[in-house]
Design a binder for this molecule. Structure first.
Ligand code: GLN
Length: 542
C-alpha cells in the first residue's frame, strides 16, 4: 500500500488541542490536492466513548454511518459514538468520518482475545508485542485499504509515556519502519507554559516528554508547542536541542481567536513546505477558499446566545453545538457570544439574568435527572417571554415537558427517563428500546432520514427529506403531541414510518423549535446547518 504516514503524538498534558492540530495538518495537505484520511487512537479500554461521563471526557461525536464491529463469533457492537476530535476532522476537512477510524484499546483487546478463542493464534502465547501491536497495525492498514488515501494521519490520544498507550507507541514505531522513514513524519505536540512569577517560558515538562518519545524509538521530526504567545528564539532553540530536531522544525500553536485559522497560521510559518520536503510530495497549496471562510468569522453584529446545560463543568462538552452556532453566525454576519448557563444554578434561582440578557436560548442534549428542572423551567420561560429558543434532543424533550406542564396544565408531566411514574409520560422509550437492557452502543444511533412536513425547518432546508444524526433512547409521544396541537404545538418532522416525532415548533411564538436529531454534527464552516441558521436568524432579529 502506498501512502504517506503522519503520526501526531502529545506530551506534558492532554487536552492540548491536538485534534485541532492534527486536523489542521490534514488541511495543509488537503489544500495541496492530496486525499487525507484520519485515525484517532484512544488508549482507554472502553470499546467506544458512548458511556463516558461527558464532564470528564467531553463531547461524544456521532457519525453518519454506524459500524457493526464484530470482534468474535456472535459478538457485535454498534459503533457510531466516537471521540470529539472527529468533529474537528469533519469540520476542517469537510468529510464524513467512518467510526472504525477511532481505534480504542477496548476494541483491540476484544479482537485479540476473541480471536484467540476462534483459533487465530493456535499454539502461541499471546503478548502485547507482537500480537496486540499486530492487531493495532491491522486496524490502521485496514483504514488505509478502505480509503486509499495519499496521506494517513494517525493521532494518538493522551500523552506518550502513559502505561495504556505503550502498545500503541510501539505499534506506531513498527508502522514507521514498515512504511519507511522517507514516507513518514512524526509530529510531537507539547506544552510550554509561561510562568508569570518568573516571567519565563518553561521547557522542562516538554523535555521530559521528548525523552519519552526518543526512548520509545519514535523520534520527532517536528515539534509543535502549545503556548499562550509567541516563543522567544532562545526557548525555541532549547526545545529543538532536547527534541533533537533542527530549530526550524519547531512550530508554535498560540491561542487563536478563530480555531479555523490554525492551518493558515502553520502554512504561513512554513510547515506545509517542510512536510512536502520530508514526505517527498509536491503541490501548490490552495487555501483561498478556506481563507475566505475564516475571514467571515472575524466580523459580524454581536448577539448573545445563552446555552442551558447540565454539563458545563467541562468546556468541550458542547463543542459541536458551539461550533455550529459560530458557523451559522459567520454565514449570517452575526458574531455570537455564547453564555454558559448551568441548569442546576437556575434551579437555585441564579443565572436567570443571563437568559434575560440573551438574544436567544439553546437547550442542550443530556441524560439523567440532575439539572433537568432547570432546563424545563428555562424552556417554559422562553416560551412565555417569546425568546428565540432551540432545543436539541434532550433539550427538545424537556421543552415538550415544559409545554405540557405550563400550557396544557398537565401537572407532573415528564419524561419517563426521569420520572417513570409520571401521570403524563409525554416523553417515553422508543418502541424498539423496550427490550434492551444493556446501555453501551444500544441507543438509536447515526444518520437517519427525516421527513420535514411544514414550518420553519421545512423552509430552512428547502426540501422535505434530509438525513440527520441521532443519539437517543427516548422520544416525544405522538398522541400527547397531537393533543398539545390544540394549543399551538406543531409536529414539523417525523421519521420515514411517520410515527416517530423528529421535530416540533410552537405556533405564534417568534421562534420555538425542538429537534430530536443533532444537526450540529453536520454543520461545517462555510456550510452551516439550516437548523442553526434559522435559529441564528431569529437571534439576529430583523
Ligand atoms: N436522554 C435522552 C434520550 O436518551 C436524550 C439524549 C440526547 O440528548 N442525546 O433520548
Amino acid at each position: 500500500m502506498d501512502f504517506k504516514l503522519v503520526i501526531v503524538t502529545g506530551g506534558v498534558i492532554s487536552g492540548l488541542g491536538k485534534g485541532v492540530i492534527a486536523a489542521s495538518i490534514g488541511k495543509l495537505l488537503q489544500s495541496r490536492g492530496l486525499s487525507v484520511s484520519m485515525i484517532k487512537i484512544d488508549p482507554y479500554l472502553n470499546p467506544d466513548p458512548g458511556t463516558l461521563n461527558p464532564v470528564e471526557h467531553g463531547e461524544v461525536f456521532v457519525t453518519e454511518e454506524v459500524w457493526h464491529f464484530k470482534p468474535g463469533r456472535g459478538v457485535e457492537f454498534k459503533i457510531a459514538e466516537i471521540d470529539e476530535d472527529f468533529g474537528h476532522y469533519e469540520r476542517f476537512l469537510d468529510v464524513n468520518m467512518h467510526p472504525s477510524s477511532n481505534i480504542t484499546s477496548g476494541q483491540i483487546m476484544l479482537s485479540v482475545i476473541l480471536g484467540e478463542r476462534k483459533g487465530k493464534y493456535l499454539g502461541q502465547t499471546i503478548r502485547l508485542i507482537p500480537h496486540v501491536t499486530q492487531a493495532i497495525k491491522e486496524r490502521i492498514y485496514g483504514v488505509a485499504e478502505r480509503e486509499r488515501p495519499d496521506v494517513l494521519i494517525v493521532e494518538l490520544g493522551g500523552t506518550v509515556g502513559d502505561y495504556e498507550a505503550m502498545a500503541f507507541v510501539e505499534a506506531l514505531r513498527q508502522l514507521r519502519l514498515e512504511v519507511g522513514s522517507h514516507n513518514s513524519v512524526h509530529i510531537h505536540v507539547t506544552y510550554v507554559p509561561f510562568v508569570e512569577t518568573v516571567g519565563e517560558f518553561k521547557t522542562k515538562p516538554a523535555q521530559l516528554f521528548f525523552r519519552e518519545v526518543l526512548a520509545a524509538g519514535l523520534p520527532p521530526d517536528f515539534v509543535i508547542a502549545r503556548t499562550q504567545s509567541s516563543l522567544p528564539d532562545g526557548v525555541r532553540a532549547k526545545l529543538a536541542l532536547y527534541a533533537s530536531v533542527p530549530a526550524d522544525a519547531v512550530f508554535e500553536d498560540p491561542d487563536l481567536d478563530v480555531i479555523y485559522e490554525l492551518p493558515i497560521y502553520l502554512e504561513e510559518r512554513g510547515l506545509g513546505r517542510k512536510l512536502e520536503e520530508k514526505l517527498g510530495i509536491k503541490g501548490e497549496p490552495d487555501m483561498g477558499g478556506w481563507r475566505e471562510i475564516v475571514r467571515r468569522f472575524r466580523r459580524g453584529e454581536p448577539r448573545k446566545v445563552a446555552m442551558v446545560g447540565k454539563y458545563w463543568r467541562m468546556a468541550d462538552v458542547y463543542i459541536s453545538i458551539v461550533e455550529a452556532i459560530r458557523h451559522a453566525g459567520a454565514s449570517l454576519g452575526v458574531m455570537p457570544r455564547i453564555m454558559a448557563v448551568d441548569s442546576e444554578e437556575l434551579e437555585r434561582g441564579k443565572g436567570w439574568n443571563k437568559l434575560e440578557e440573551a438574544d436567544g436560548i439553546l437547550s442542550t442534549p443530556g441524560f439523567g435527572s440532575r439539572g433537568t428542572e432547570g432546563m424545563i423551567r428555562a424552556a417554559g420561560w422562553a416560551l412565555r417571554e417569546g425568546k428565540p429558543f432551540l432545543g436539541i434532543c434532550f433539550g427538545a424533550q424537556l421543552a415538550t415537558v415544559a409545554f405540557a406542564r405550563e400550557v396544557m396544565g398537565w401537572e407532573g408531566a415528564h419524561s419517563t427517563e426521569i420520572d417513570p411514574d409520571t401521570p403524563w409520560p409525554v416523553i417515553d422509550l422508543l418502541p424498539e428500546q423496550r427490550m434492551i437492557k444493556e446501555v453501551g452502543g444500544t441507543m438509536r444511533l447515526g444518520g437517519h432520514e427525516v421527513v420535514l412536513l411544514q414550518g420553519i425547518l421545512r423552509r430552512a432546508y428547502g426540501r422535505d427529506r434530509i438525513v440527520e444524526r441521532f443519539r437517543h433512547r427516548y422520544h416525544i409521544i405522538r398522541e400527547y403531541a397531537e393533543r398539545m396541537g390544540e394549543e399551538g404545538y406543531r409536529i414539523t418532522a417525523v421519521d420515514t414510518s411517520g410515527r416517530i416525532v423528529n421535530a416540533f415548533e410552537v405556533e405564534g411564538h417568534p421562534y420555538y423549535v425542538g429537534v430530536q436529531f443533532h444537526p450540529e454534527f453536520k454543520s461545517r464552516p462555510g456550510r452551516p446547518s439550516p437548523t442553526y441558521s434559522s435559529f441564528l436568524e431569529a437571534v439576529r432579529g430583523s
